[in-house]
Write a protein that binds this ligand. Structure first.
Ligand code: NAD
Length: 478
C-alpha cells in the first residue's frame, strides 16, 4: 500500500499518536535531508500530541531535476515517510513520521516560502544545510560576502535565492508588519552551531541593511545545540530492503541507529515545542557536550574513513573490523583525545568511547564511508582542530594525527571522480593535494598554523610517501 495516509499501516509500524489533520505549522526547516528526518523531525513528532502548534514545513533551496523529483515524492506521499531505528543487536522499530506537513521547493515557489517564513505562526526556522552551508570564509572566520549567490541576493534582496536572503527578507517583512522575530536554530554538526548561524545571518543582514541587522540581533535568537544520530544515505537497494521489512510502499524511507541525542540551549525568541518530553536535554552551555561529541565521535569517524576510503572499504563497520584501523582509532581516542578533554556532568569519556565504537560497528547501518569522508576540508577543521592544537602545544606524539592528515590528502588526490558534489566543488584542493608542500598550505590546516608545525608537517609528508609507495596499511602508526 502506497504511503499516502497513516490510517491503516501494516502491523508493527508505529503511526503518529496525534491527529495529523489538526496540527499547525510552527517550524520552517531548510535542508530536508536524512539527518533532519531522523533527528529533529523524530523529536518534534513525539511532542505534537502535547502541543500541536509545531508541525514542520520543509524547504528545499536547490533547483534541478533531482530536487523536483524529491518534491514530487513528498507531495505524492502527503509528506509522510517511515523511519526504521536499528540497534547494534539488529532489533528494529519502524514508525511513520507525520510532523512534516508540507514541502516547498524554493526555486519553484519563492513567494510561498517567504509568506510561510513571514507568517507569525512560524516561530522557529531551523536548518541542516551541512557544515559548509554557512558560507563562512575559512581564512577570516567571517561570513563570505564575495560569494556569487550572496552578492546576487544583496542586489535583489526581495527575490532571494540563498537561505540568508530568504530568512533576512522574511525578518524584514515581519519587522515591518510589527510581528516578532523567530528563532534561527541550526541542527548542523558544528561546534557552537548557533554562534556560527548568528555570524552568517547577521553578516548577511548587516551587508543588506544595518538597521534591519540591529533589529534581528535584538530580537532573533540562535541557540547552540549538540546533535547526534548516525543516519546513513539511503540507496535504492536500501529502500527496497526497508520496504520489504516494513510492508510499506514508501519512496522516502530512511534508517538510523537507535541512539539519538540533542543537547540544546533554551534560548528561543518566541516559544518552543516541549522537546524535553522527547528527551532533549536543555542546558545553559553546550560547550562540553559538543567537545565530547565532535572530538570523539566525529573526529574518529573521519580518522577511520579517510584511510578506509583508500583501502576500498565501503561501510564504516567494515573499516572498524580491520584490526589495524581499529587499533589506530582507539589509540587516537585514548592517547590524543581523552587526556585533553573535559567530560560534562553524567558523561564518562571511557564509556562514551565504548559507545562510539559499538555504534560504529552496527552493521545494520551500512553507513557509507564516502558519506562520512565527504566535505573533508570542512570536517578536518571542525573535528580535529582542538586535538591537533593540544598535541602541538603539549608536544606529544603527532603520528596518529599526521597519519589522518596524510590519508585525507591522499584520498583527495586519488579518489576517483564520483557523484559527491562536495568533492567536485573542491577542485582547487584536489589540485593542491597533488604536491606535498602546497597541500600543507590548504585552508583546512589554517586553524593550527600559528603553532610550531615543523614535526607534524614533516611526518605528514613522510606518511604520504609511504602511502604512495607501500600502501595505506604500511603507514598506520604502530
Ligand atoms: P543530506 O545530503 O541527506 O541532506 C543535506 C541537505 O542540505 C539537503 O537537503 C541539501 O539540499 C541541503 N543543503 C546542502 N547544502 C546547502 C546549502 N548551501 N544551502 C541550503 N541547503 C543545503 O545530508 P544529511 O545526512 O541530512 O546531513 C546534513 C547535515 O546534518 C550534515 O552536514 C551534518 O551537519 C548534520 N548531521 C548529519 C548526521 C548524519 O549521520 N547524517 C549526523 C549528525 C549531524
Amino acid at each position: 500500500m502506497t504511503l499516502k495516509s497513516v490510517d491503516s499501516l501494516p502491523s508493527g509500524v508505529v503511526a503518529p499518536d496525534y491527529d495529523v489533520a489538526s496540527v499547525r505549522p510552527g517550524i520552517v526547516h531548510f535542508g530536508v535531508g536524512n539527518f533532519f528526518r531522523a533527528h529533529e523531525a523524530f523529536y518534534v513528532e513525539q511532542v505534537l500530541k502535547d502541543d500541536p502548534n509545531w508541525a514542520i514545513i520543509g524547504v528545499g533551496l536547490t533547483a534541478g531535476e533531482r530536487s523536483e523529483r524529491k518534491a514530487a515524492q513528498y507531495k505524492a506521499q502527503n509528506c509522510f515517510y517511515s523511519l526504521t531505528e536499528t540497534a547494534p543487536s539488529g532489533d528494529s522499530k519502524v514508525r511513520v513520521i507525520g510532523c512534516l506537513r508540507d514541502y516547498l521547493l524554493a526555486p519553484d515557489s519563492p513567494e510561498a516560502v517567504l509568506e510561510r517564513l513571514s507568517d507569525p505562526a512560524t516561530r522557529i526556522v531551523s536548518m541542516t544545510i551541512t557544515e559548509g552551508g554557512y558560507n563562512i570564509d575559512e581564512s577570516t572566520g567571517e561570513f563570505d560576502l564575495t560569494n556569487d549567490a550572496v552578492q546576487q541576493d544583496l542586489k535583489t534582496p526581495e527575490r532571494p535565492s540563498t537561505i540568508f536572503g530568504y530568512v533576512v527578507e522574511a525578518l524584514r517583512r515581519r519587522r515591518d508588519a510589527g510581528h516578532k522575530a523567530f528563532t534561527i536554530m541550526s541542527a548542523d554538526n558544528l561546534r557552537h552551531n548557533g554562534t556560527v548561524a548568528r555570524k552568517a545571518f547577521l553578516g548577511y543582514a548587516k551587508a543588506r541593511d544595518a538597521e534591519l541587522a540591529s533589529w534581528v540581533e535584538a530580537n532573533a535568537t540562535f541557540p547552540n545545540g549538540m546533535v547526534d544520530r548516525i543516519t546513513p544515505t539511503v540507496s535504492s537497494a536500501v529502500i527496497e530492503k526497508l520496504n520489504k521489512a516494513s510492508g510499506l510502499e514508501d519512496d522516502l524511507p530512511l534508517v538510523a541507529e537507535d541512539f539519538h541525542q540533542w543537547v540544546l540551549e533554551d534560548s528561543f525568541a518566541d516559544g518552543r515545542p516541549p522537546l524535553e518530553k522527547a528527551g532533549v536535554q536543555f542546558v545553559d552551555d553546550v560547550t562540553d557536550y559538543e567537545h565530547v561529541k565532535i572530538r570523539m565521535l566525529n573526529a574518529s569517524h573521519i580518522m577511520l574513513s579517510f584511510p578506509a576510503t583508500l583501502m576500498g572499504y565501503e561501510n564504516i563497520d567494515q573499516a572498524l573490523a580491520d584490526e589495524d584501523l581499529r587499533r589506530n582509532v582507539e589509540a587516537f581516542l585514548n592517547k590524543d583525545v581523552i587526556p585533553t578533554l573535559h567530560a560534562p556532568p553524567g558523561v564518562t569519556l571511557e564509556g562514551y568511547r565504548d559507545s562510539v565504537i559499538s555504534r560504529f560497528s552496527n552493521p545494520a547501518m551500512a553507513d557509507q564511508i564516502l558519506r562520512i569522508a565527504s566535505d573533508g576540508s570542512s570536517k578536518v577543521q571542525v573535528f580535529w582542530t582542538e586535538t591537533v592544537r593540544q598535541a602541538l602545544e603539549r608536544k606529544t606524539d603527532v603520528s596518529r594525527i599526521a597519519f589522518g592528515i596524510a590519508a585525507y590528502l591522499e584520498m583527495l588526490r586519488t579518489v576517483p571522480d564520483h557523484s559527491e558534489p562536495t568533492f567536485k566543488a573542491k577542485q582547487k584542493e584536489l589540485a593542491s593535494a597533488e604536491d606535498y608542500e602546497s597541500a600543507l598550505k590548504l585552508p583546512s590546516f589554517d586553524a593550527w598554523r600559528d603553532l610550531d608545525t615543523t614535526e607534524l608537517n614533516a611526518k605528514v609528508i613522510e606518511l604520504r610517501k609511504v602511502i604512495r609507495e607501500k600502501g595505506v596499511r604500511a603507514a598506520i602508526p604502530a
